[in-house]
Structure formats: C-alpha cells, structure tokens
Ligand binder design. Structure first.
Ligand code: SF4
Length: 433
C-alpha cells in the first residue's frame, strides 16, 4: 500500500494512490442499465453474494418479469466437478425458452467466474451460434476484482459496440453518437434540443433498444455523456468514430458547453444555439438558485467512487459556490476530463485511486460540511455526526441536462437540509421555501 500524498489539481500528473478500491463492483451498473435497455437481459454468472448484491441494491420487481438474474455457481462448479460451459448452456436454454421476449442476452462475469477463468466471451460466441439472430448474446466483466461500479457500464458499452458495429449492420451511419447511459427523460430532452438545432442522425448508446444496429462510418462523431467511459470510447475510436471533446452535461454551464461543442462540430450557427437554449438555461438557473443558499460556501470532500467527481466538483464550485476540499476519483482519464480539471479552482486537492485510511484521516482533519462517499463510509461518518451523500445516487438519478440542474443541486443540498432540521439549524431553510 502506498503512502502517496494528494497533489494540487493543476499539476500535470496527480500521484496515484494504490490501495484497495472501497467501492461497489461493476455488477451494480446493471441496476441502471437494465432499466434503460429494455430488450436486454443481464445474466450474472456469479455467486450467492452477487445475487444478494443485485437483489438488495436493485430491489425485487414483484409485479413484472425482471430483466436481470444470477446464475449461481455452486461448490461443485467451482471445484471443477461440473462442466461450467455445459451448465451455462443449459441455464441459458431454459431462460430463453421461458422468456422469448429477450432480444439480447448479456452474460456478466463476476469475481468467481474471473477466479476460475470462465471465458464468457467464448461462451457468448458459442451461444450465438445456437440462439442468434433471434437472441443475440454478448459478455462483459462486472467483477469487483477488476471494476468499480461505473466501469461495469463502460465494459458493457465496449462489448455492445464490438457487437453492434460489426459488418452485419446495415443502414446509414450515425452522424453523432451520444455515448453513456442517460435516463429516458434526459435522452428525450436532448433529442428535442437536437431537433431544434437541426441535428439529425443522432444515436444514443445505450438506447432503449439494444438490438437496433449502430452503424459507424468515417464521418461518425461521438460525444461522451459520462466521464467514465474509457473502454467504450476506445472501442468506438477503433471503429473509426472521432470524439468531440467537451466537459460533461452537468449543470447549466456543463450542458451549455456540451451542446456548444456539438454545434461547433456540425457547423450549427451559434446564434441558433443561443436561441434554442435560452429558455432551458433560464429555467436551470432558477432551479439552481433555489438550492444555492444551502451550498454556497459549504466545504465539500469527495471520496473516489464513480469517476464523476471532477464534473460534480466543477458544478458545485462554479455554479453553487461551494468550496472543494478534496476531489478524489478512482481513475482519471486525463484526456476525457482535461476540461473539467482545468475548471476546478487553482490549488484544489486532487487524488486518484484510493488509500482509504489516509483519506479518512484527511477528511476528518478537514472537517467538511458535506462528504460525498460510498455507502460503506457514509454510515460511519454519519455516526460521527458528519453529513454525507451517497455517491452512487449520482449514477441512479437523472442529473444531466438543463431540466435536471436543479435536481442535481438538490441531491447535494438535501443532506444539509435534513441535518439542519435534525439539529434545529434552520438558518438557510427560509431561502428555499
Ligand atoms: S462480483 Fe465480486 S464484488 Fe461483486 S458481488 Fe460478486 S463477489 Fe462481490
């Protein structure tokens, strides 16, 4: 375990901390992916622990057929007493017979399947030979050995791109691919804005329909909607698509810059952009102003969880007037987040990776007003009387775009408001009534 110290943000290379990542594994991303991709079914090849994680994190859908499940590997499987590939083939055959509505079956690797080196990509090829084209099968790893929770989405998208961009696809190439899982409501809002801007040929990846083909051509450009998509971006670039560089669409500033980068790429007149975004931007400003009294001047500490931290910190600092004590991120994709890092206040502490004990010490010493961290740290911090926010909520909640800017501010403000009520400190409550 290293004893690396954090560094100021504008230094070119932050010192990497190499302790254990104390975050949810990549399986957790199934919780938002299965809601988005409605013709897909996520089959985790894992253990009872994996099944418990998914059921307790996602809840059990009582009144509808779920779109995820766990094929539990028993001791005899792990001991090599059964042929895992035969067992998996049988499970998949039974599942697809019972659920003919599944268009895309996604095999998700876990820690146990990684440990015994069960090759799910090979299994997907074999199963495609049997079940495609009626059911497509792809595979990716959500193992906690390799992935944090947002990297699960990254791996899923990389697998989807490798499958969807294959030569079997036909049709017109996408002009613009918006890469990264967005809630339906956000996708619909961006679609309306793109239409008003005269932009056509836009594909959201993932979309509601996984099986719909993505065609990448030499003119295809893509823009990231999420900052944690290094593998998926590389997969699209390998197919010839070129990335549009921008900060991310969080808050009014981020959304404006994101749309401006797209418009500049496609030659949309800036006056037209200004006219289209004027009203939504005003609504965003009004919604954010509602929560600013709770966040202005508040000192915030980010533990590394989702890779969204630099973007969230930029939003808090620049649009809500908060003070940043430390911005931790499990990984920093220097190219993708360069714009975000440049907008952080000079001298802010930036850390990459995790050495949780040292970070806890720094956090306690800094004594922030708000700690953004994982569930495992939040409860002990709350027990110490500190105010925390679960970082995974920023993945579950629609927060991108103008119309969600107020909701994003509220996510940060809510624990401070709750704490004020509990402690009788109602000083800022009047401001939001
Ligand atoms: S993939 Fe690994 S970390 Fe995730 S629930 Fe399964 S055993 Fe636990």
């Amino acid at each position: 375990m290293s004893v690396a110290q954090p560094v100021a943000c504008n230094e070119p290379t932050p010192i990497r901390q190499r302790g254990q990542h104390e975050v949810f594994c990549g399986l957790t991303s199934i919780i938002w992916l299965h809601r988005k991709v409605q013709d897909a079914f996520f089959l985790v090849v894992g253990s009872r622990t994996c099944a418990h994680l998914l059921q307790s994190a996602a809840g059990v859908m009582i009144f509808s057929e779920p779109r995820f499940a766990t094929a539990i590997m028993e001791e005899r499987d792990l001991a090599g007493m059964a042929d895992m590939h035969d067992e998996l083939d049988n499970v998949v055959a039974r599942l697809l017979e019972r659920r003919p509505d599944i268009r895309m079956l996604v095999l998700v690797g876990s820690c146990p399947s990684e440990v015994i080196k069960l090759d799910l990509s090979r299994a997907a090829s074999r199963l495609n030979a049997v079940h495609a084209p009626r059911h497509r099968v792809i595979a990716y790893s959500g193992s906690g050995i390799e992935t944090t929770f947002t990297q699960g989405e990254d791996n899923f998208l990389a697998a989807l791109i490798a499958d969807k961009a294959s030569p079997r696809s036909a049709g017109e190439a996408a002009k613009l691919v918006v890469l990264g899982c967005l809630a339906d409501v956000v996708e619909d809002q961006f679609s309306r804005l793109f239409a008003e801007l005269g932009l056509s040929g836009v594909t959201f990846l993932p979309g509601r329909d996984a099986i719909k083909g993505l065609v990448v051509g030499p003119e295809t450009r893509f823009i990231l909607a999420q900052p944690y998509l290094g593998a998926a971006a590389a997969a699209l670039e390998a197919r010839g698509a070129r990335r549009i560089d921008s900060i991310f669409p969080l808050g009014a500033e981020g959304t404006s810059a994101w749309l401006r980068a797209i418009c500049m790429t496609f030659g949309v007149d800036m006056a037209r952009l200004d006219a289209v975004v004027a009203q939504p931007r005003r609504r965003a400003a009004e919604a954010m102003a509602h929560y600013r009294p709770w966040l202005e001047g508040r000192r915030v500490f980010f533990f590394p969880d989702s890779q969204m931290e630099p973007s969230l910190a930029r939003f808090l600092s620049r649009e809500m007037g908060s003070e940043l004590l430390e911005v931790g991120s499990p990984y920093l994709h220097r190219e993708h987040v360069a714009g975000e890092l440049a907008l952080l206040p000079p001298g802010v502490t930036l850390s990459e990776g995790q050495d949780v004990d040292e970070q806890i010490d720094r956090c306690r010493t800094a004594n922030p007003d708000l700690i953004v961290c994982g569930l495992g740290l939040a409860n002990p911090f709350e027990a110490e009387g500190r105010v925390s926010k679960w970082s995974i909520e920023f993945s579950f909640t629609p927060i991108q775009g103008f119309e969600q800017a107020g909701d994003l501010a509220e996510l940060f403000a809510r624990p401070l408001m709750r704490n004020a009520i509990l402690t009788g400190g109602a000083d800022r409550r009047e401001a939001v009534r």
